[in-house]
Write a protein that binds this ligand. Structure first.
Ligand SMILES: Cc1ncc(COP(=O)(O)O)c(C=O)c1O
Length: 347
C-alpha cells in the first residue's frame, strides 16, 4: 500500500492549498516586506492583530520562529522562562530558547495544559543575587502533547494574572488558537486577552502552505521584527504567502469544527482498543492522543500496514490529527485501521 492510498493522520501540517487559495496567492499584490512595502502582508498582519485584539503583528515563516522571537524579544540573556514540560517550545523547538534567546527554562507540570496560578507563583524566583530573573511565562493553546486541549479564558487569565503580579511577560503559543476558539465557541481574542504576545499558525488546520503571525503590543512586535531580521526571517515578496493566510482566515476557520468532530469519531473508535487509553482533555479539538501498551514504533508500523499513518510521540504514545482533506469517511477508515493495529498487537 502506498502512502497516498493510506489515510494520513500524522499531522494537520499536511494540509495543501485548495484551488481558491492558490488563485488568491497567484494574484496577490506584493512589494518588498523587509522594507515594509508588501500590502498583502500588511493586510494579514492587521487582520491578525484585529482578530486577537492586539496592537500589532508580524508575519514570520514558521511557528517555531514566532515562538523563538517572542521569547527573545521579551527576555534578556540569562533570564528565566516558565513553561510546561510538555510544551512545543520545550520538546520540539531544538532548544531555541536556550541557544538563541539564551534563557534558562524552568519546567512546570501543567497537566490540564496550562499551569495553575499557584504553580506559577511558586516557580517565580524572588529577587536575589543568586537567581536568574524569572521574566516570561509561556502557555500553549490548544496544547498539542496534552491531547489537543482547548484552554478556556479563566485558566489562561488566572495563570497570566499570577505572572503579571510579579512583573513577568506572558506569551501564548497559539499555533492552534483558532481550534480552541472554535471548540470553546468563544472569540480568539478572549482567550488571549491577558497575554502580551500570541503566535498563530496559518499552515496547520487553517490550510495555508507557510507562515505564522506573532501579535502583541507595539513595542514587543517592533523588537520581534528586529529578531526576525536577525534570524534571516525577513522575506521579500511575502504577500504571496500572506494571501494564503488571508484566504485561510476568511474560508477555513468555521470548518475547524468538522475536524473536531472527525477527531471525536476517531477517539470513539480507538477507545475500544484493549489496553489503550485515549487522552481526553476537558475540551478536545483535532488531536487524538493514544497511550498504548505496545511500543509506539510497533503501533506506527502496524497501523501503516492496516492503512493509516499516525505519529509516534513517545515510547507508548501515538497521535492522530484531523484536518482539511480528512472527511468523516477518511476519519472512520483511519480510526478503524488504527483499532485493527492495536487489536492485533494486543493479541
Ligand atoms: C503547538 C505548536 N507550536 C508551534 C509549532 C511550530 O510550528 P512550525 O512547524 O510552523 O514551526 C507547532 C508545530 O506543529 C505546534 O504544534
Amino acid at each position: 500500500m502506498s502512502n497516498r492510498s493510506r489515510v494520513d493522520l500524522r499531522s494537520d501540517t499536511f494540509t495543501v492549498p485548495d484551488p481558491g487559495m492558490r488563485r488568491a496567492m497567484a494574484e496577490a499584490e506584493v512589494g518588498d516586506d523587509v522594507w515594509g512595502e508588501d500590502p498583502t502582508v500588511r493586510r494579514l498582519e492587521e487582520a491578525v492583530a484585529e482578530l486577537l485584539d492586539k496592537e500589532a503583528a508580524v508575519l514570520v515563516p514558521s511557528g517555531t520562529m514566532a515562538n523563538l522571537i517572542a521569547v527573545a524579544a521579551q527576555t534578556r540573556s540569562g533570564d528565566e522562562l516558565l513553561v510546561d514540560r510538555d510544551a512545543h517550545i520545550v520538546v520540539y523547538e531544538v532548544a531555541g530558547s536556550a541557544v538563541v534567546a539564551r534563557v534558562q527554562v524552568q519546567l512546570l507540570d501543567a497537566t490540564t495544559g496550562v499551569p495553575e496560578a499557584d504553580q506559577v507563583e511558586a516557580a517565580i524566583r524572588e529577587s536575589n543575587i543568586h537567581h536568574p530573573v524569572t521574566r516570561l511565562l509561556a502557555m500553549e493553546n490548544t496544547h498539542n502533547r496534552r491531547g489537543g486541549a482547548a484552554i478556556g479564558p479563566q485558566q489562561m487569565d488566572a495563570a497570566a494574572a499570577a505572572a503579571h503580579r510579579h512583573g513577568l511577560r506572558v506569551h501564548c503559543d497559539g499555533a492552534r488558537l483558532l481550534n480552541a476558539a472554535v471548540a470553546l465557541d468563544l472569540p480568539a481574542a478572549e482567550l488571549v486577552s491577558a497575554c502580551d504576545s500570541v503566535s498563530l499558525s496559518l499552515s496547520k488546520g487553517l490550510g495555508a502552505p507557510v507562515g505564522s503571525v506573532l501579535a502583541g503590543d507595539g513595542g514587543c512586535v517592533a523588537e520581534a521584527r528586529r529578531w526576525r531580521k536577525r534570524l534571516g526571517g525577513g522575506m521579500r515578496q511575502a504577500g504571496i504567502l500572506a494571501a494564503g493566510g488571508l484566504y485561510a482566515l476568511r474560508h477555513n476557520v468555521a470548518r475547524l469544527a468538522d475536524d473536531h468532530q472527525h477527531a471525536g469519531l476517531i477517539a470513539g473508535i480507538v477507545g475500544e482498543a484493549p489496553g489503550s487509553e485515549v487522552m481526553m482533555p476537558a475540551v478536545p479539538t483535532n488531536i487524538v492522543m493514544v497511550r498504548t501498551t505496545a511500543p509506539a514504533t510497533a503501533v506506527v508500523e502496524r497501523a501503516a500496514e492496516q492503512g493509516v499513518l499516525v505519529t509516534g510521540m513517545g515510547p507508548h504514545l501515538v497521535r492522530c490529527m484531523t484536518y482539511l482533506g480528512i472527511d468523516a469517511e477518511a476519519a472512520r477508515r483511519g480510526g478503524e485501521a488504527l483499532l485493527r493495529a492495536l487489536d492485533s498487537l494486543a493479541a
